[in-house]
Write a protein that binds this ligand. Sequence first.
Ligand SMILES: Nc1ncnc2c1ncn2[C@@H]1O[C@H](COP(=O)(O)OP(=O)(O)OP(=O)(O)O)[C@@H](O)[C@H]1O
Ligand SMILES: [Mg+2]
Length: 318
Amino acid sequence: MNAIETDNLTKYYGDLCAVNHLELSINNEIFALVGPNGSGKTTSVLMLTTLLHPSEGSALVCGYDIVTHAEEVRSRISYVPQDMAVDIKLTGRENVRFFADLYGVPHARERVDEVLGIMELGDRADDLIRTYSGGMRRRLELAQALVHEPSVLFLDEPTIGLDVAARKKIWEHIRALRKKGMTIFVTTHYMDEADQFCDRVGIINNGRIAALGPPMELKARLMKDVITVRVDGDCTPPGLEGVVLIGRSGAEVTFTAENGREALPAIADALSRSGTNVRAMSLHEPTLDDVFLQAVGQQQEPHGFSDAKFRIMLRRRK
Ligand SMILES: Nc1ncnc2c1ncn2[C@@H]1O[C@H](COP(=O)(O)OP(=O)(O)OP(=O)(O)O)[C@@H](O)[C@H]1O
Ligand SMILES: [Mg+2]
């Protein structure tokens, strides 16, 4: 039995199809749903955590139907929402204890101490949460989510707004939970995090899965070197054999080439002859950003480059 199994899971808000026939089987792994703002990540999580009814299709979580057996699902999962889920007027310990009592956790006092210790919050447990840093609050939400020993954990944007060190720490904890056998469904904007820390990635765009697989495999599918060119204004594709345009994101135009070292000067030459104003060029191995660009380009109705925030994220390429 898979921890999460969806069958054509679909959600409409009025005429807008926010999640479009999602087909996923997830078990014993960290699965990342990655995509731009408004691509359907939170809507997917809300359905899988029983908080939102699907318009069409169905899903089983821990073997139970999310609509007809919502109670059974809820007792076996935990969900850390995108927005803050702790009461800042309470202490860390009080917050976690509240959840322990809500779930009827046996030996609650010991279990609360244990999860606070796991999340490295033991020495700050009796301080008010409003005195915590963003990273500590996120870890407290994880402690709270773990208190009833769920088998599936849903984390919606667990690292958003955190600095690099705090993000790394959150991921260390997520990896440790995965080692203990938990299935973790995480959403993120950060392709680099999905690449580095997750077993499999589903790239979602306009509610549809555009690519699905382990990061290495997705990148290997491109099987090419990637050349990114930063241009001013329009860019006329160079029309060189073996050089394929995979997409444009803001000022950056991305190509794949069989042999990047040979293609780089040829592309520079062809673009300058066609009057394209090239400001910078780089050659790199494929990243998940490139996989996204290509996958979205292959979808029937690509709207992938319309989202300003996501364009900024794409520019943060390593
Ligand atoms: N309650 C709602 N009513 C109407 N439309 C909604 C509602 N919630 C979300 N949407 C729309 O559904 C689409 C998917 O939204 P969703 O919140 O699932 O995206 P997301 O991938 O989580 O975005 P973000 O990265 O910004 O968190 C968006 O177009 C959004 O505007
Ligand atoms: Mg969201």
